[in-house]
Design a protein around this ligand. Structure first.
Ligand SMILES: [Zn+2]
Length: 367
């Protein structure tokens, strides 16, 4: 309980992870495990019997903002224990996972693992995944040739009830359409209306839904395109003025069959419409691990009741997939507690996760 309480008490909203990283660094250092810094991330290697295999655990230390304080029944930065539950911001997503890895580190100083174990504590997951991207690039550059087998476990919240093996990629776009501005009393002189120009563009993009249907992925399913997840034009306080611009956002969920083609298709659809296209954030690819992969099999045996499935949202698993590393997601936090007020985690699951992670290491390590 000590780790989770301490972790919740340290403010670590994305971009402000320095203090929590200092705490994790000190705790690992106290154990004599020699943590290293890779950018703002922390990596730790625990040498195992078989130095040709590495199992890499990944936990993000950042949280989303706490949101409206009125919706919280307790102070989000003060860990509050009620029975087996610990309330606080980031409790499930995913400080419970971080705590289970700190417990695992403590265990691994007394017990030699069957394979090399790596713990990556990363920043910026809730923003753009740049922490995992950075640590994976660093790791592959340094160790790709050293190991014969590498696999990963991300400790995102699944309540230990799901083993997630994939997710679709995403591309977020902003469209800007232009029109004539003018006085509301003179619609006759408005030749180009920004909102109608946007509607034309959206109609064109709607056709991609049908075109992309052929790209079906057995595990991840079909891509989707969500049009106008937000739209904005003019000023609600100036009903007598035509808007000269209209902006809309679009959310595309991709699968590996079409991820690389998606932007080209979008650009082709918008050709000659006079609409500007901006890519918001760096597009993230899909995450995908074969359900027959040895790590999935070992984990399923240890969690016989857990469901093998895909995750709806995007995770840092895509950076493992990008590097060709099979990875799964299973963690002690509660999935229904992600990004909500009154977030909590179940303390006993932190302990359980640590014990099961150790078994996964020992069983996967000797395969
Ligand atoms: Zn998370």
């Amino acid at each position: 309980m000590e780790y989770i309480k301490k972790l919740i008490a340290i403010h670590s909203i994305s971009g402000d992870e320095q203090k929590v990283q200092e705490y994790i660094y000190d705790e690992i250092n106290k154990l004599g495990l020699g943590p290293q810094k890779v950018g703002n991330n922390i990596v730790v290697r625990i040498q195992g019997m078989n130095s040709k295999k590495a199992l890499l655990f990944n936990a993000h230390v950042d949280t989303v903002p706490e949101g409206s304080l009125e919706l919280w029944k307790t102070n989000p930065f003060v860990p509050t224990v009620r029975g087996d539950k610990v309330y606080g911001l980031g409790a499930s997503d995913e400080k419970a996972g971080v705590a289970s890895l700190l417990l695992l580190a403590k265990k691994l100083i007394t017990l030699k693992p069957m394979c090399d174990v790596w713990l990556h504590f990363v920043v910026h997951e809730e923003l753009d995944g740049s922490g995992t991207k950075e640590t994976m690039r660093w790791f592959m550059k340094q160790y790709k040739n050293k190991y014969k087998h590498i696999a990963g476990i991300l400790v995102e919240p699944t309540g230990l009830e799901e083993i997630q093996i994939g997710h679709r990629g995403n591309i977020f776009l902003q469209l800007t359409a232009y029109g004539d501005s003018g006085h509301g009393s003179r619609p006759d002189i408005i030749n180009k209306h920004a909102v109608f120009e946007m509607v034309k563009a959206l109609h064109e993009l709607k056709k991609l839904e049908k075109k992309w249907r052929k790209y079906n992925d057995q595990l991840l399913g079909k891509p989707t395109i969500a049009l106008a997840t937000s739209i904005n034009a003019g000023d609600m306080h100036a009903p007598n003025k035509f808007p000269d611009t209209c902006r809309a956002t679009i959310d595309i969920r991709t699968n590996p069959q079409m991820h690389a083609l998606a932007l080209g298709d979008i650009k082709a659809s918008l050709q000659n419409l006079g609409v500007d296209l901006d890519v918001l954030y760096t597009p993230a690819g899909a995450g995908k691990t074969d359900k027959n992969n040895a790590l999935v099999t070992v984990t399923k045996k240890l969690f016989p009741k857990a469901r093998i499935c895909i995750s709806q949202g995007s995770t840092d698993q895509c950076f493992f997939t990008e590097e060709g590393i099979p990875a799964i997601i299973i963690g002690p936090g509660e999935k229904e507690c992600m990004h909500i007020s009154n977030e909590y985690c179940v303390a006993s699951k932190i302990q359980k996760a640590q014990q099961q992670y150790l078994k996964i290491i020992q069983q996967w390590g000797i395969l």
